[in-house]
Write a protein that binds this ligand. Structure first.
Ligand code: TLP
Length: 346
């Protein structure tokens, strides 16, 4: 049975072109900075983001943690979204590893953090208070529906962080999805950010890694942080070779994933028993709930779907996420909807 795996875009396999590039990659010891393929990947990442320098890291989580370590000192505070990956999905790394306290704010409907609420959350100078050091936002915002956040918002936020001398970190795990959805370049979305982390191993299909971008001094500190986190890799060019293809060839096709997400959302909206969540299909994600009149629990629906070869991400007792990606086509979407309809109506 062919599996239709919509749990995440992280499940994508390296493309044939990536495997070929990986086999042929010229490599060196990257802890000495001597891997030409890693160096090339980092150059491409800094060109694409308009930042001075870049660092190849093991994962999106490591990108966020290394950025936190590079921007902060113990006891500092980071303003971030209540539903952000950096706050919810990284085992409290900012506290556990960087000694940083989160100041989580609830996201608005569109995945942004209200600028006035951020301004009110900035600590005034007082010996009782931690020092507010960083504001972190996510683009696209995963849990808010994969919603892309506009360059205009990021510019306004950048003005605020500049005014208060704060660092702006952008978790751009799916930055290229946001750029594709908004019809802008990656550079347009990162203008005022002091750091941006971009995953190569999600919709862009590389097997491993993220790139963290920022100015040279920040990257110098992030490089030290990467080492203490155990992320100093040696002949990492075999992996970076796939990352180069991820950054150069793969962003252009993300619109196809977004079209498939739209197809899925439209078909699900027409199914009795299903309610779509906010911002569904604004990029490559569709979140939905089982209505109360559906007799089955999320677990039951999930395991019935699995028996039919359809994998969805169960995100709450009755809530699901489906993520479209390179290995999903429109026939698979139609099949998924048919199977889901049968499962909930049986
Ligand atoms: N997201 C994964 C899971 O961890 C939830 C997924 O399937 O969506 N930032 C954002 C916005 C992310 O969505 C993720 C991964 C990360 C960072 C972390 O990336 P990795 O998994 O490479 O550490």
């Amino acid at each position: 049975m062919d599996i239709i795996d919509l749990r995440s875009d992280t499940v994508t396999q390296p493309t044939p072109a990536m495997r070929e590039a990986m086999a042929k990659a010229i490599v060196g010891d990257d802890v000495y900075g001597e891997d030409p393929t890693v160096n090339r990947l980092q150059e491409i990442a800094s060109e694409l983001t308009g930042k001075e320098a870049a660092l190849y890291v093991v994962s999106g989580t490591m990108g966020n943690v290394a950025a936190t370590l590079a921007h902060t000192q113990r006891g500092d505070e980071m303003i971030c979204g209540l539903k952000s990956h950096i706050y919810r999905n990284e085992q409290g790394a900012m506290a556990a590893l960087a000694g940083v306290q989160a100041r989580p704010l609830e996201e608005e409907y569109d995945g942004t953090l209200d600028i006035q609420k951020i301004e009110s959350a900035i600590q005034i100078s007082d010996d009782h208070h931690p020092i507010t050091r960083v504001v972190a936002i996510e683009n696209s915002h995963n849990i808010c529906g994969g919603v892309p956040i506009s360059p205009a918002y990021i510019e306004s936020l950048g003005k605020l962080t500049l005014q208060y001398g704060l660092r702006l970190h952008l978790d751009g795990a799916r930055l290229f999805n946001a750029a594709a959805a908004l019809g802008v370049s990656a550079k347009d979305l990162v203008g005022p950010a002091d750091s941006v982390s971009i995953c190569l191993s999600k919709g862009l299909c590389a097997p491993v890694g993220s790139v963290l971008c920022g100015d040279a001094e920040f990257i110098h500190r992030a490089r030290r942080a990467r080492k203490v986190l155990g992320g100093g890799m040696r002949q990492a060019g075999v992996l970076a070779a796939a990352g180069i293809i991820a950054l150069t060839d793969m962003p252009a096709r993300l619109v196809v994933d977004h079209q498939n997400a739209t197809l899925l959302a439209k078909s699900l909206a027409a199914l009795p028993g299903i309610s779509l969540e906010r911002n569904s299909a604004s990029t490559n994600m569709v979140y939905f709930q089982l209505d109360e009149d559906v007799a089955y629990s999320g677990h039951e629906v999930s395991s019935s779907l699995k028996q039919e070869g359809v994998l969805l991400d169960l995100v709450s007792t009755r809530g699901f996420r489906a993520v479209t990606h390179y290995e999903i086509n429109s026939d698979m979407i139609e099949h998924t909807v048919q199977v889901l309809n049968q499962v909930i109506a049986s």
